[in-house]
Design a protein around this ligand. Sequence first.
Ligand SMILES: Cc1cc2nc3c(=O)[nH]c(=O)nc-3n(C[C@H](O)[C@H](O)[C@H](O)COP(=O)(O)OP(=O)(O)OC[C@H]3O[C@@H](n4cnc5c(N)ncnc54)[C@H](O)[C@@H]3O)c2cc1C
Length: 532
Amino acid sequence: MQRWNGWGNENIEMPLTSSAEVLLKELVGETGPGPEYSLENALSGIPESRIKTLHPSISIDPEDRFDHAHGQSLPDWVNIRWGTLKQFPDGVAFPTSEQEINDVLQLAFREKMMVIPYGGGTSVVGHLSVPESDLPVLSLSLERFNRLTNINPCNMLATFNAGVRGPDLEAQLATHGYTLGHYPQSFELSTLGGWIVTRSSGQQSRYYGRIEDLFAGGDLITPKGKMHFSPFPASAAGPDLRHLLMGSEGRMGVVTNATVRIKKTPEADDVCGFFFPSWDAGAEALRELANSGLSISMARLSNPAETATNMAIAGHKNQIDYLKRYLRLRGLFDNTWCMTLIGFTGSKKTVSFTKHETNTIIRKFKGISIGKSMGNTWKKNRFLAPYLRNTLWKRGYAVDTLETAVTWENVRPAMAAIENSIAQALEPRAEKVHVFSHLSHIYSTGSSIYTTYLFRLADSPEQTMDWWQTIKTAASMEIVNSGGTISHQHGVGMDHRIFLPAEKGGLGIDLMKKAWKYLDPDQKMNPGKLTE
Ligand SMILES: Cc1cc2nc3c(=O)[nH]c(=O)nc-3n(C[C@H](O)[C@H](O)[C@H](O)COP(=O)(O)OP(=O)(O)OC[C@H]3O[C@@H](n4cnc5c(N)ncnc54)[C@H](O)[C@@H]3O)c2cc1C
């Protein structure tokens, strides 16, 4: 069963190791348990539904309405755990066919409801927040519309209903010997439709591609009618309208079916561990790797702070002590070493060649190979790290992440500026923030920067939100000032909206607004998200 007030399956716990607890106390400070609110109380605060005409697929059950009133952003968590969530959809539709999706939408538009498409609810930037409105709000969940409807090995294409979640999608392809290979860390719960409209990126995007590369075509129901995007291999017939849809965050309508580019299940899929003596050496090595033409599937370089934190979280004291002794013997220093994971995916022959050539580049930058065991552990736990959010909250800590992508020459100054802004943000409140980063998606021209930060929960939801907003604004301004995009993978939602004009420009924002307005003249589709 899914947790009603946190991340993931309620039977899965990620304990905090004693070494991580010591580190947190030292770097952030001691704290008591975080607040908890009961489900009973949460449900008792939900007002009556304002929906007058119900479709059989619409539920007005308070628990369904609560579950679809939020995503997984830190403000969402504060509201859920403190009982301060104020806005709820008036109903949740669970259609099981495209016809039903269409019927529900027509009913919603006739009855002047606002509609928020809902995939897996894993948004971390306020995509699903329910607006304060005199009109009823309907959440349209795709959760029961999740089948593989066609697989075409000749064309290497497969078509799914858009509500399919990561594990179901991969399981259905695996029975035919294929894979999509799209593995965001939220894989367990997020859906194909959500990935498309938020321009998601999976952990092995260097081999499989981002969702922009994987989404070949599909169907969209807009308030003005249905649009079909043909899965051409390539096309020069004017602007590619899939790119307007990808990133549209529910503003254009509901994606019902999506055709994706599949690959054969790879023969080999290894992740190997390396350590670099310094951040500069690691970043230069990754830049060279990104431009080497080598077919690596992933490169993830942790900075020294993240390396130290990961070692503390890992526990296994004897193994970590042994690793540290080995690294010191090889001439690396504790406070500068940088842990790196590199993925090798494809045929056995390509993987073997790629590993060999990669090792040559790594050695050039004084990197040290530590083999596959760290990579195997990462593979085993790759979707478990978010469960730590549950544990940390119980201990009284808030954890959040933010991310950007910048060109190579900006990677180092941007990361330093973002981290400094976060580390110093709460100094006037006499609070400490622990911050660390990694590079996770590398391109020939630059890299994403993924930053995690932890701070103590305040005594009230208002103060916690104030602290979070202070950090978020300071870091977002540094992202913009460093020439970075406000999001490499999480999207815009409500939380990044004010920073979007800096990269799209006034004309760009107007163009998008006109597009939404043309397809949705009454502005009923997920209003306020991405643009006003
Ligand atoms: C722990 C955690 C780890 C994450 N890791 C990653 C990561 O590695 N990479 C990454 O890219 N993102 C990541 N995310 C962010 C999030 O998972 C992605 O944005 C994901 O694509 C959202 O998909 P979803 O199905 O959950 O969509 P939802 O959260 O349900 O919705 C997101 C937006 O999409 C719209 N939408 C959903 N389905 C449809 C549809 N069928 N038609 C039209 N609009 C629709 C919604 O209206 C909303 O605006 C992570 C989030 C969490 C909580």
